[in-house]
Design a protein around this ligand. Structure first.
Ligand code: FAD
Length: 413
C-alpha cells in the first residue's frame, strides 16, 4: 500500500491541483490595477474579467490572498438595514450569495439560516418596527416577532423574564445567513485568474504618482507600473492609501475583535444578535460558536486582541446562553476596520479622474463583497457610476447627504 501511494503521488499524470497560478513578474503596465487582494478587490477583478472582457488586470496584495478583514470577519450576511439605498444594495448582495456557489462553480457554503436580533427595551422595539417597515416595503423578508416566536426560533435562549435584559421581542430576518469567507475570496480569485487576471501577493503599494488630476503610476516594492484605471480596496488601510494618492477620506481606523469556542453539537440554528448587550453569536459549520460585538471604543490601527473585549463578549454570550459557561475558547482575533461617520461605505469617484474608491467597509463589508465587486467593475468598465452605488459617493459628506446606518450596524455587522 505505501508503495502504491508513493507511485500515485510521484506519477506525472497526477499533478497537484492549484487554484491559482504562482505570482508572476510585474508587467510595465495594466489597463486596471486593483490595490488590495481582499474579497472586494478580487470580486471586482472577477466581474471586470468575466462580465466586461477586461483582461489586463493586476491585483496587488501586500500580504497573502484575502488575509486582511476578509479572513477575519464573522461572515454575517443580511439586508435588514435602515435606509433605502442600503436595503436595496444589501438585498442584491444577499441574492448574489444565493447563487454564488453555482455562479463560481466553487462551494462558498452559503447557509441562509436567518438572523434574529433581540430587543431588551421598548426603544429597541420601536426601531425594529421602523426597520421592518422599510425592509418589507423594499421586498426583504423581515418582521417584528413576539417573545413566543423568539423562543420557537431559538429554544435555548435565556429570555431573562423579569430580569435586566428581558427579551421583549425580536427582529426576524429570514434572508440572513453566512458563507465561508475564504471560499468567497478564493472562488473569485480562481475564476478571475482563469481569465488572465494577475494576482500579485506580497506586493505592497508604496506610492501613487499623479499628473494633474490623473494617476499615472502605481509604485510597489516590486516595481513601478503604469495603470489606465486604479481601484483602491485596501480594507483597514483605506485611509492611509487615499493619503498616498493625495487626498483625505473621512475614515477612522478602529479595532474590531471576535472569538470562537471549541466545537459543540449543533444547537443554534439562527444568527443571534443583541444590540443592547453588544454581542452576537453564530454556530459555524464545524460546531464552533463564533462570538462578536462592537468595535473597540477608540481609534487604533492594530490587530491585537484584548482581555477586556474577551470578558465583555463572554459576558454577553453567557447572558444569552448561560449553559455555555464551561465551554472553552479556542481563538480570539482582531481586524482594523475603516469606519465612516455614517457607517456606510464610500464607493465610486475620487478627486482623481481614473482612481476609484471602494472603502469605508468598516464592520459590515463582507456581505457586500459580490455586489460591490459587480458595481465597482461596472463603474470602472464604463466610467459611469451606476444608480445602485451613486448614494455612497464620497461627495455625500460635502452635500450633507449622509446615510446613517449606525443603529443597523452597531453590533451585528
Ligand atoms: C472581527 C471582524 C468581524 C467582522 N464581521 C463581519 C460580518 O459579520 N459581516 C460583514 O459583512 N462584515 C464583517 N466585517 C467587516 C469585513 O470583514 C470587511 O468589511 C470586509 O472584509 C472588507 O473587505 P475588503 O476586501 O475591502 O478588505 P480586506 O479583506 O481587508 O482586503 C484589503 C487588502 O488590502 C491589502 N492592502 C492594504 N494596504 C495595501 C498596500 N499598500 N498594498 C497592497 N495591498 C494592501 C490588505 O493586506 C488586505 O488584504 C468584520 C470585520 C472584522 C475585523
Amino acid at each position: 500500500m505505501p508503495f502504491a501511494l508513493l507511485r500515485y503521488g510521484l506519477a506525472s499524470k497526477h499533478r497537484p491541483f492549484r487554484d491559482l497560478p504562482p505570482t508572476p513578474d510585474l508587467k510595465r503596465s495594466y489597463d486596471v490595477v486593483i490595490i488590495g487582494g481582499g474579497g472586494h478587490g478580487l470580486a471586482a477583478a472577477y466581474y471586470l474579467s468575466n462580465h466586461h472582457g477586461i483582461r489586463s488586470i493586476a491585483v496587488l496584495e501586500k500580504g497573502y490572498l484575502a488575509g486582511g478583514n476578509t479572513a477575519r470577519n464573522t461572515t454575517t450576511i443580511r439586508s435588514n438595514y435602515l435606509t433605502q439605498p442600503s436595503i436595496r444594495f444589501y438585498k442584491e448582495a444577499v441574492s448574489l450569495y444565493e447563487t454564488m456557489s453555482s455562479d463560481l462553480g466553487f462551494n462558498v457554503m452559503f447557509s441562509q439560516r436567518g438572523q434574529l436580533t433581540l430587543a431588551h427595551s421598548e426603544a429597541t422595539m420601536r426601531s425594529f418596527h421602523l426597520r421592518a417597515a422599510m425592509g418589507k416595503h423594499l421586498g426583504t423578508r423581515i418582521e417584528v416577532v413576539d417573545p413566543q416566536t423568539v423562543r420557537e426560533l431559538c429554544p435555548h435562549l435565556n429570555m431573562d423574564i423579569g430580569g435586566q435584559h428581558e427579551v421583549l421581542g425580536g427582529l426576524w430576518h429570514a434572508d440572513g445567513g453566512t458563507a465561508r469567507h475564504d471560499a468567497v475570496a478564493w472562488g473569485y480569485a480562481k475564476r478571475a485568474a482563469e481569465k488572465g487576471v494577475e494576482i500579485h501577493q506580497r506586493t505592497t503599494v508604496t506610492a501613487i504618482r499623479t499628473a494633474g488630476d490623473k494617476v499615472t503610476e502605481v509604485v510597489t516594492d516590486r516595481g513601478t507600473i503604469r495603470a489606465g484605471q486604479v481601484m483602491q480596496a485596501a480594507g483597514g488601510l483605506n485611509g492611509q492609501m487615499a493619503e498616498l494618492a493625495g487626498f483625505p477620506l473621512p475614515i477612522r481606523c478602529m479595532t474590531l475583535q471576535a472569538m470562537v469556542s471549541q466545537p459543540l453539537k449543533p444547537f443554534l440554528d439562527t444568527l443571534v444578535s443583541s444590540a443592547n448587550l453588544h454581542t452576537y453569536l453564530v454556530q459555524s459549520s464545524r460546531g464552533e460558536i463564533v462570538i462578536g460585538g462592537a468595535s473597540d471604543p477608540y481609534q487604533l490601527a492594530s490587530t491585537r486582541s484584548t482581555f477586556d473585549q474577551k470578558e465583555h463578549l463572554a459576558e454577553g454570550a453567557l447572558h444569552l446562553f448561560p449553559f455555555l459557561h464551561n465551554v472553552r475558547l479556542l481563538r480570539q482575533w482582531a481586524g482594523i476596520v475603516d469606519t465612516t461617520p455614517d457607517y456606510s461605505p464610500i464607493m465610486g469617484a475620487s478627486p482623481l479622474q481614473n482612481y476609484w474608491l471602494d472603502a469605508g467597509w468598516g464592520t459590515y463589508g463582507f456581505k457586500a463583497t459580490p455586489v460591490s465587486g459587480k458595481y465597482m467593475a461596472q463603474t470602472i468598465a464604463t466610467g459611469r457610476v451606476p444608480d445602485m452605488i451613486a448614494p455612497f459617493a464620497l461627495d455625500r459628506f460635502d452635500r450633507f447627504a449622509l446615510l446613517n446606518e449606525m443603529g443597523a450596524t452597531a453590533a451585528s455587522h
